[in-house]
Design a protein around this ligand. Structure first.
Ligand code: CA
Ligand code: CA
Length: 299
């Protein structure tokens, strides 16, 4: 198994970046990541003023996957996420859906102990590790790591967790995957702009699916299949997520278009991943077993 330390980070996803690691299709790699503040709020004596705004959302990578080429899909199986012992969250009068209620930046450090996140002596939160930023090089432009789009990126999807498989459309030779911005937990919507931001290590298996591609990211867990859309507004994103899941259901199962619309209406869920990034992200999810009843086989 290969190992990628975090001294190589990028702040854009781009086909121009030089790969820092090469793996074969089907190979497993452990990737070490900083938190989204490059760990600058972790020291006790740090404060909001410690942040360097050109060092937000570092993503470790990119990883060149042999044989991946435009028109293929890269499947990333998330095998394990292990977290540092201390995370941090922050609220800010300049950022987030309730910014007008926040008078000044507030930073809170949150220890992770015995699979719980210590919010206060009264309250320990359930640990729900997830990956905020994961994506491949976009087709025709550089996209900052704070921005999600069809290449993945800062999707902040709570379902990108251990056991999930994420499918990305490959647009560059080698796919050039990078990732970072782990969260110990995050609420759907991420309304204040932060989860429990935390450093860690992700072990993932990267597999090329040749000559097969959807123009949007897909996430499959043991229970659900979901299509992910990121657009300028939440309204645009939910419409796209609905269309993407419909496209996926019709192309990957024996369902007719009408049956897919009907099933989406009666059995699929729209969820807001995040409301705070330059593009907003929405997913639509349907139970895996419903698609399997119509011949779905995970690629
Ligand atoms: Ca994020
Ligand atoms: Ca984050």
């Amino acid at each position: 198994m290969k190992n990628l330390n975090r001294d190589q980070v990028i702040y854009t996803m781009s086909r121009e970046h030089r790969p820092v690691l090469t793996v074969k299709s089907g190979e497993t790699v452990t990737v070490h990541t900083y938190d989204c503040f490059k760990d600058r709020l972790i020291p006790e004596d740090s404060s909001f003023d410690s942040l360097l705004f050109d060092e937000l959302n570092p993503a470790t990578g990119p990883i060149f996957v042999e044989d991946a080429k435009p028109g293929d899909t890269l499947r990333a199986d998330i095998l394990d996420i292990s977290l540092a012992p201390l995370g941090v969250t922050e609220i800010d009068p300049e950022f987030g859906c309730l910014a007008k209620l926040v008078k000044k930046p507030v930073v809170k450090r949150l220890p992770v102990e015995n699979k719980k996140i210590i919010f206060s002596p009264k309250l320990s939160l359930d640990l729900k590790p997830m990956i905020g930023v994961i994506g491949v090089a976009p087709a025709d432009r550089d996209i900052p790591t704070d921005t999600p789009d069809s290449h993945g990126g800062n999707m902040d999807c709570t379902q990108i967790k251990t056991g999930a498989s994420v499918y990305f459309p490959v647009s560059a030779k080698g796919a050039l995957l990078s990732l970072g911005d782990l969260h110990a937990c995050m609420g759907d919507g991420e309304i204040g702009g932060c989860g429990v931001e935390i450093a860690g290590e992700v072990t993932l298996k990267l597999t090329v699916i040749p000559a097969y591609q959807k123009p949007y990211p897909v996430v499959v867990t043991d229970k659900e299949v979901m299509a992910v859309a990121s657009c300028k507004t939440v309204d645009e994103a939910w419409q796209k997520a609905v269309e993407y899941l419909h496209d996926y259901m019709v192309s990957e199962t024996e369902l007719t278009s009408d049956e897919a619309v009907m099933l989406q209406s009666i059995a699929a869920d729209l969820s807001i991943c995040q409301t705070v990034n330059p593009n907003k992200t929405v997913r639509m999810s349907i139970p895996l077993k419903y698609l399997e009843a119509y011949g779905y086989r995970q690629k």
